[in-house]
Design a protein around this ligand. Structure first.
Ligand SMILES: [Zn+2]
Length: 199
């Protein structure tokens, strides 16, 4: 099978796979048979999780598949709770490579009104596969940047082990959810880069 995740960043993919318990071989940024097999295993595992926890709208699926398997399970449980409560939410962002995070950070500083992150590459839980952002949509499928449904989503969707950006003191981030690791972000980063467990 050809490479499907994080296409332009093999090293990022290898770190991601290894820290999630797969064996991509040496973390060297070079695509080889071990990395290929590890990605296949990851995709297989992801399909099993989807079969157990249910599938969702296509855009959500595209983003869920970029998450750490434990976050995939949590994200699907979370979306199910929202769906049962009649909230039309989709996961509009999942894992970002360091380069993608840097690009997002830069964009927020050159385009007024588009500041969506304070984090550079390696400083966000999105870079380690354990965070996602939701969007609320109306019945016609229009994205709602502001809606009381963001609070409602946290009310019905949160469970132990999940943290909501809406509870943060500085830079409140209502669309954002992440897995609780009990580690400082710097420790998560170090473990991720070595391919060690952090969740
Ligand atoms: Zn976020």
């Amino acid at each position: 099978m050809s490479q499907q995740l994080f296409e332009d960043d093999v090293k990022f993919l290898q770190r991601f796979l290894k820290s999630a318990g797969f064996n991509p071989g040496k973390i060297d940024g070079i695509w080889g048979s071990k990395t290929d097999a590890a990605e296949d295993e990851f995709l297989k595992k992801s399909e099993q999780i989807a079969a157990s926890y249910g599938k969702f709208y296509q855009r959500s699926e595209r983003n869920i598949i970029t998450l750490h398997p434990k976050a995939q399970e949590a994200a699907r449980q979370f979306l199910k709770r929202l769906q049962d409560a009649g909230i039309n939410a989709r996961i509009i962002s999942g894992t970002r490579t360091y380069a993608e995070q840097d690009a997002l950070y830069a964009k927020g500083r050159t385009q007024p009104g588009s500041k969506v992150t304070n984090a550079k590459g390696g400083q966000s839980n999105h870079n380690f596969g354990i965070a996602w952002d939701i969007g609320i949509f109306d019945s016609q499928g229009n994205y709602q940047g502001e809606s009381p449904q963001y609070d409602k989503a946290a009310e019905v969707g949160l469970f132990a082990g999940l943290e909501w950006g809406g509870n943060w003191q500085s830079f409140q981030d209502k669309p954002h959810y992440q897995m609780v690791t009990n580690l400082a972000i710097q420790q998560v980063k170090e473990r991720f880069e070595k391919g060690e467990y952090y969740i």
